[in-house]
Write a new protein. Structure first.
Ligand code: C2E
Ligand code: CA
Ligand code: CA
Length: 485
């Protein structure tokens, strides 16, 4: 009877030893795995020595690692500055799309070499951080933001130099966003993020611009993100409306026309300014539907005012680059004219210098179609791009709107006066109607009158008005009616 029991005991003991061994092994394994995980979490992986396949330049990871190193050194030694310049080629995709990747690659290689040579004069640290994005770290440059800005200018200048590739004469431009440590950000991630925000801002200013990061930019970009979802619903919820700012002929004191300005009343945040919501509309791809609504509504409201006794009133409508480049602006305007009955010669389209002078076959064709329809083209924010005035004659333009940055203090600022005076004289010689934007004071007005500017727009005469206030403004200003006699 004892024998089976002994065998059973032996079996139990063997099994226990086996289980104990397995558990011990598992525990040792677990401890090893945790130890490995802990060790790996404490040890930063080395930055891969990644180089861009085409240009051979080091990439974003190396740049971040170098920035981190430099910031550590800086924070320990002194508060000397480190600057990050984010260089983004404008519209580079267009080259690939229109001329093919071979030309695009050759251009990218050429520009990267030019930039590397230039950057090399100031810094050892030059990177390619995206397909058409580069970065320069300036280190120990003497704490002078003007130096950083000069480097940015040189970069813009180098990129703008025309180059001949495969028989094509290519003109490029770039935006440079600048972020400085410690004023604009206190760590490497912040420097890159804010340099990219500054780059976005430079892009908005126009081709070939630079911009130094400010906190205001981050607030705007956070606001844009916040409102994006609501913007998608704004058109169908009827939250958009237009205001109109009068343009006054100073010789006759008559209202020549009005500029339609888009407004958005957000259901909970109230009115949001166009410089925040219009870029967001463009980013979301809504500019075509919203732009179409603006064209139609402006034509409808102004044709009603014409019928109510202001037959000569013109309306100027802003058309963004995205809207224009879609290629259907002539049919959008023609449809609005047809539906509202407004005459073509009472419609002006405001396009920025860069759009008018892009000089592609398609854009010249579209401008000519609009001119043939009888619609007038105004060059908006004139002077902020860098086209020469004699280039204007190549395009069917009727109106020049001098940007308000030149009008501000034109009575006390000699260089603004010299620029404005040249623009007015040359504009008139070329047969354009010249409009000064942003006139705020009597003194500015007097200088402009003396220099021969015909049309004035600005707070001095009137802020943008709701359609109801405009109706009242026009009835008080009987001069528009008088001009019809
Ligand atoms: P913009 O085309 O240069 O329009 C003139 C801007 O100057 C308006 O700003 C106007 O309110 C402002 N302004 C007029 N007079 C004065 C003045 O005496 N002093 C100052 N400081 N400012 C003055 P707003 O309405 O904020 O529009 C800003 C920009 O938004 C416009 O600049 C235009 O680029 C864009 N925008 C407005 N409406 C539309 C639209 O329907 N479509 C598109 N694509 N862009 C629009
Ligand atoms: Ca405008
Ligand atoms: Ca303008």
């Amino acid at each position: 009877m004892n024998l089976p029991l002994n065998i059973f005991n032996l079996y139990i003991i063997t099994l226990s030893i086996f289980i104990l061994g397995a558990v011990t092994l598992a525990l040792v394994g677990l401890v090893f795995v945790f130890a490995m995980l802990y060790w790996r979490s404490q040890t930063k992986p080395a930055v891969q020595d990644y180089k861009h396949y085409l240009t051979g330049l080091p990439g974003r990871a190396q740049m971040m690692s170098k920035l981190e190193q430099l910031l550590v050194v800086k924070s320990q030694n002194d508060m000397a500055h480190v600057a990050l310049l984010f260089v983004d080629l404008d519209d580079f995709n267009n080259v690939n799309n229109s001329l093919g990747n071979k030309v695009g690659d050759a251009l990218l290689l050429h520009l990267s070499q030019e930039l590397r040579n230039l950057a090399g004069r100031y810094s050892k640290y030059f990177y390619q951080i995206g397909s058409d994005e580069f970065a320069v770290i300036l280190y120990d440059y003497g704490n002078d933001v003007n130096i950083v800005s000069e480097v940015a200018n040189e970069i813009i200048h180098v990129v703008a130099k025309p180059v001949s590739i495969e028989g094509y004469e290519l003109h490029s431009s770039c935006a440079v966003g600048i972020c400085i440590y410690p004023e604009c950000a206190t760590d490497a991630d912040g420097l890159l993020k804010n340099a990219s925000v500054a780059r976005d801002n430079a892009k908005k200013i126009g081709f070939g611009s630079q911009s130094l990061y400010t906190q205001e930019m981050s607030k705007k970009s956070a606001m844009r993100t916040l409102i994006s979802a609501d913007l998608r619903m704004a058109l169908e919820r009827n939250e958009f409306y237009l205001q109109y700012q009068p343009m006054i002929n100073i010789a006759t004191q008559q209202v020549e026309g009005v500029e339609a300005l888009l407004r958005w009343r957000h259901p909970s945040l109230g009115n949001i300014t166009p410089d925040i919501f219009i870029p967001a509309i463009e980013d979301l791809g809504l500019i075509h539907s919203v732009g179409k609504w603006v064209v139609y509504t402006a034509c409808k409201e102004i044709s009603k005012l014409q019928a109510a006794g202001n037959p000569n009133l013109c309306v100027a409508i802003n058309i963004s680059a995205h809207q224009f480049n879609k290629g259907d602006i002539a049919s959008v305007v023609a449809e609005a004219m047809w539906e509202t009955g407004i005459a073509a010669d009472k419609v002006e389209l405001e396009l920025t210098e860069a759009v008018v002078m892009s000089d592609t076959e398609k854009s010249v064709l579209m401008l000519n179609v609009l001119q043939t329809m009888g619609v007038k083209i105004a060059v908006d924010d004139f002077g902020t791009g860098y086209s020469a005035m004699n280039q204007l004659t190549k395009f069917p333009i009727s109106i020049l709107k001098i940007d308000r940055c030149f009008i501000h203090d034109v009575n006390t600022n000699a260089s603004n006066l010299a620029i404005v005076s040249t623009m007015i004289r040359m504009g008139k010689q070329l047969g354009y109607k010249v409009v000064a934007e942003g006139v705020e004071t009597k003194e500015e007005l007097e200088v402009l009158r003396r220099e021969g500017c015909e049309i004035i727009q600005g707070f001095y005469f009137s802020k943008p008005l709701s359609i109801a206030d405009l109706t009242k403004y026009l009835s008080d200003n009987v001069l528009v009616k008088a001009s019809t006699a």
